[in-house]
Design a protein. Sequence first.
Length: 244
Amino acid sequence: MDITGQLRAAILAQSLPAPSTAFLSSLTTARSPPPPLPSLLATAKARLLATDLTSSSLLDGAALPSFPPAADTANNRETRLQRPVHVQVLDVENLTLSRWEQVEELEAVERGETTRGREVVRVTADDDDNSEGESTQRTTTTTATTSAGVRPAGKNATHRLVLQDAKGAKLYALELRRIDGIGVARTQVGEKMLLKAGTVVARGTLLLEPDKCVLLGGKVETWQKVWLDERLARLHEAVRLEET
């Protein structure tokens, strides 16, 4: 098998979306001799996970299955995906939090804060610049959750997502059972997922279960900030109306 065939096989073995022949050729012929296969695979994976499934020349559109016809119809009581479907995340919401709690969570994400154990840690630019082992500048609190911290999604949290297939069709998706990798502070807009065959679509909503969902990672960089700003604006307005 030539290097292009090896690269395609390695990409598909990692459950990534099927790449186009032109994309593979551009990677394998850019240098002579071509880089080692692991290096090519890492480059291909990064680019595939950062691309828009619906319009990218990096992908083999004909090899990417889509949602079943009329899957978004509420009258469709239940159907199942007959083939695995690659999707990208357009929205994620923690339904177990109040609107104000969602505002706090999103503002903490915007500030770049994370939660570790019982400390809320804000990493500053000095952390990245410190290469000599000196003490770094951090702002911490010792409470599990504060108004400035990201509340970790608990085991009983339920998230609702908007997922889009390669043809542009969108469906709501709901955690039927908790999936640890899904969360407002963890899931990125544009992140790729693989929904396995057998995933249930009930009344126009995908029901997500850990054994039917593969989180692939990635994001579309330009989408993340737009989503964050728009979601925060909507939540702030909803909170303001509740208080009036």
